[in-house]
Design a protein around this ligand. Structure first.
Ligand code: SF4
Length: 351
């Protein structure tokens, strides 16, 4: 998959741009002033595969807490700024590797220049994060959907020009909407217009189970076109779920190296003679402690099963009362169905 060329921007120790892998990021969702909880969540996100974590700093007490959190974690942190130029400068001085500014709510050029100068001095990167909902507050009321993309792009160009005029180019760009088609369109336009790295996400996507498909469609479409350098899946609830979805999207496009087994299960049909779902759930549980990027297949019959088995490291093709076990495409055992999982795991442990 050929990436659209974007320049490299350093976010602390993490490089973003087309010369580097797609970086997963997320946000903490506990009050920033609760420092220990915040640090714990940062580490949970890192453990899940997150390389950058953003933290909201709406009040002065939050930027003070942010300064302490920066000292306690080993990954670059991003401060999420809305409305207050002072919070932006405090966060930069507190050690933010990047700050996110929303052109929809910090608009005074004098304020922006103050922030730019501080970021330049501290080598802090900046994400210009245009959000359709923020623009709507003052500009897009009653503006039809198809005109909003043009407005978002106009807003982005205006902001970028200000930064460039001031000699600042450590920029990452993003434009988000809760609408799949508009998010795809605006990101295509940003990619055509600029060569700064692009942060992508679908905003306000819903609960994790509802956010997964729209996020995958949006980000998957753009990533498959080579667009995007860092992604954040937005979903209500535990942010670790956001990272899991982001990882699945990247894995499905071959853009993320798995470290865990992948389980392939046939969808079942009228030929199925055993309870494949139950069997697959048991296999899933049994392989959950294995930390290798293996492909494991559970198939419901020997019609299509052997074909899938050739693409899997180990496979189990169930038939009535017995199971055919495959390793690296070769049939290695036929066992009674009661021994199927043990036989599959035995083969798995030989790899
Ligand atoms: S593998 Fe067999 S049982 Fe499963 S869906 Fe295909 S044909 Fe049906």
């Amino acid at each position: 998959m050929k990436r659209k060329r974007t320049k490299t921007v350093k976010i602390g120790s993490v490089d973003i741009g087309s010369g580097h892998g797609i970086v997963i990021q997320s946000m903490t969702k506990v009050p920033t002033v609760e420092i220990e909880r915040c640090v714990k969540q940062v580490y949970e996100l890192v453990e899940a595969g997150c390389k950058l974590v953003r933290i909201a700093v709406p009040r002065r007490a939050d930027t003070e807490a942010f300064a302490k959190i920066v000292q306690k974690v080993h990954i670059p942190l991003i401060a999420d700024i809305h409305f207050s130029p002072d919070r932006a400068i405090e966060a930069i001085e507190a050690g933010a590797a990047k700050i996110r500014l929303n052109p929809g709510n910090i608009k005074n050029p004098k304020d922006i220049i103050r922030i730019i100068d501080s970021a330049k001095m501290h080598k802090t990167a900046m994400r210009i994060g245009v959000n359709e909902a923020s623009i709507a507050d003052y500009q897009t009321k009653d503006v039809p959907g198809d005109k909003r993309v043009a407005l978002m792009l106009k807003e982005m160009k205006k902001y970028v020009r200000l930064f460039e005029k001031r000699g600042f180019d450590r920029l990452v760009l993003s434009a988000k909407s809760s609408d799949v088609a508009r998010t795809i369109e605006i990101n295509r336009k940003i990619s055509e217009t600029f060569d700064y790295p692009i942060h992508m996400g679908l905003t306000h996507a819903g609960l994790p189970e509802d956010a997964e498909v729209p996020s995958a469609v949006t980000l998957g479409t753009l990533l498959a076109e080579g667009i995007g350098d860092t992604i954040r899946v937005s979903a209500a609830g535990n942010p670790v779920e956001e990272v899991k979805i982001a990882r699945k999207i990247l894995v499905s496009l071959g853009l993320y190296e798995r470290s865990e087994p992948e389980l392939v299960v046939c969808p079942t049909c009228g030929r199925t003679e055993i309870n494949v779902v139950q069997l697959a759930q048991k296999v899933k549980e049994a392989i959950s402690s294995i930390h290798k990027p293996l492909r494991v297949a559970v198939m419901g019959c020997i019609v299509n099963g052997p074909g899938e088995a050739t693409h899997a490291d180990v496979a189990l093709c169930a038939a009535k009362n017995k199971a055919y076990i495959y390793r690296k495409g070769k049939r290695v055992a036929i066992v009674p169905d009661s021994e199927a999982i043990t036989a599959l795991l035995n083969q798995l442990h030989k790899l």
